[in-house]
Structures are given as structure tokens and as C-alpha cells.
Design a binder for this molecule. Sequence first.
Ligand SMILES: Cc1ncc(COP(=O)(O)O)c(C=O)c1O
Length: 310
Amino acid sequence: MTRPEPQYPTIEQTIGHTPLVRLQRIPGELGTPRGNVILGKLEGNNPAGSVKDRPAMSMISRAEARGDIKPGDTLIEATSGNTGIALAMAAAIKGYRMILIMPDDLSVERRAAMTAYGAELILTPAAGDGVSKGMEFARDLAERMQREGKGRVLDQFANPDNPLAHIEGTGPEIWQQTGGRITHFVSAMGTTGTITGVSTYLKQQNPAVQIVGAQPEDGSRIPGIRKWPEAYLPKIYEPARVDRLEYVSQTEAEAMARRMAASEGIFCGISAAGALCVALRVAAEVRDATIVFIVCDRGDRYLSTGVFNA
Ligand SMILES: Cc1ncc(COP(=O)(O)O)c(C=O)c1O
């Protein structure tokens, strides 16, 4: 008897196809009694640990398919967060040299994850008065290196291949996993690639699906997301694709991250917990709704901040 040859995926093929799980305890009265179901899309299950694996692979693969870059080339990105780790993995898979530029106050475990994948780091001075100035310096340096011919900047904030990863991946997965029942989609907003891309796809399927963005309140810092001043809005952001913006405090998001781990068994990052805070506000206003929020990454990435010890 001949057995069929097993089909083994490559690591690249394990990006995406993440689980969509129903919260069992936190929704309480806002859940089943009102006919609502609240679902988390577990993007921390991606191989490099966050939702950013999708745009990282998309930006490299599509640039390569267009003939803009070829294996062996040098890629550059200014990023201090999940994108750096995801790009380091994607570059390793596809055979590129990856230079990541970031302020020098970045946590040791993040740096270590990037270098483990073989990326080279350039550390720039952290701004005394907030990460934003430090990041702007890092972005300027990336642009200068590109002008000097030292490599190609991918620029997740302006690169259409970032939202495209969600138009072709995350959005269709959510539509299919909910059997087209989704009524509300909630996402934290950083580059806005996730919310813009998922909204594009979902509204093509059903224009009534409500798209809700979560941003930090003034004065609150939640890693990976920002309340963008008008002048600094990411180029890929399309305001018409977001029906509503909600603001979350750092304290509220951090407390929810601890609850997610301890009462749902979902160990997630702070921005994901912020999105859940917003999902619950939505649930308090509606009945018979299917509310999906993005769990951007895993809690391990925040252990050194002490947020889970509080
Ligand atoms: C922890 C975290 N949450 C949320 C986001 C937001 O995702 P997007 O950039 O697609 O808006 C990011 C993006 O970097 C992130 O790192």
C-alpha cells in the first residue's frame, strides 16, 4: 500500500491562518445575555509572534515579485517594535540583509529577537522627552541611508503592501471564520495597516460592518499604537474606512491585559487589551452582535516592563 506523500509547510506558509476564539468570562452580562459574541483573532500565533508577520512578508515578497529587490539586497527600516522582529524573520526566510534602526532605549529582549534572526541593528539616541522624537530621528537616518545607496527602505507607514496583507489575508479569514456574521471589527491603530486593510475587505462583503479603531488617550503610552497628530497621519490611512475612533487609557489597557491572561488564558500585549476594552464598550450598546478584535501579539514581549506583576 502506498501512503500519500505528506505535505509539509515552510515557515513562510505558517504566517496567517490564525485562530479566532470566543471569550468566555470577561464579556459577562455584555456577552451571551445580550446575544453578543466577542471573538479575539490571535495574531500572536504567527511565527515571529505578532500581526506584523503578515505585512513584513507582504512588503518583501511583493517588492521581490515586482523586481524592485532581489535576494542578497539590503533592506532598511526604522522600527522599534513588532515590525522589526517580523521583518528580521521575513528577511531571513527570503535571503535579504536587514538593517533595523531604532532608539537605544528599546528593551533587551526585543533587540535580542531581531539579532537572533540575523538582522543588524543601528541604535540612535532615544529622545529625552518621548519615544516619538527618537523614532523620527531613526526614520530620518533610514531615509538618508537609502539616498546614499546603502539599501532600500520598506516604509510600513506608506507602503500599500502593508494593508494589502490584510485585504488578502486577515480580512478574508475573519469573514470566513465568522461565516459572514461579523457585525463589528475593532483594531488598535499603529501604521493603520490592519484596520485599513481589514475594513477594505469586510466592507466589500457587507458595507454594514462597523469598523472601530482604538487609540491611546492623550498622555497614555501603549506600545505599537499612537494617536496621530493630523500632520503625522500614516500615508496608508484612509479615514473613510474607519467608522468610529475610541480612546483608551494606559491604565485601563494594562489592567485588561492582566485580566485577559488570568481569566481567559489569553496572554496578550497591551494594545490588544486596549482593543478589547473598546470591544466591550461596543457590546454594551448592541445586541445579537458578532464583535471581532485583533489580539496583535503575546504578553511575553512585555514581561520586562513589569506590567503583568502589578
Ligand atoms: C503591539 C502592536 N499593536 C498594534 C499595532 C497596530 O497595527 P497596525 O500597524 O496595523 O495599525 C502594532 C503595530 O506595529 C503593534 O506593534
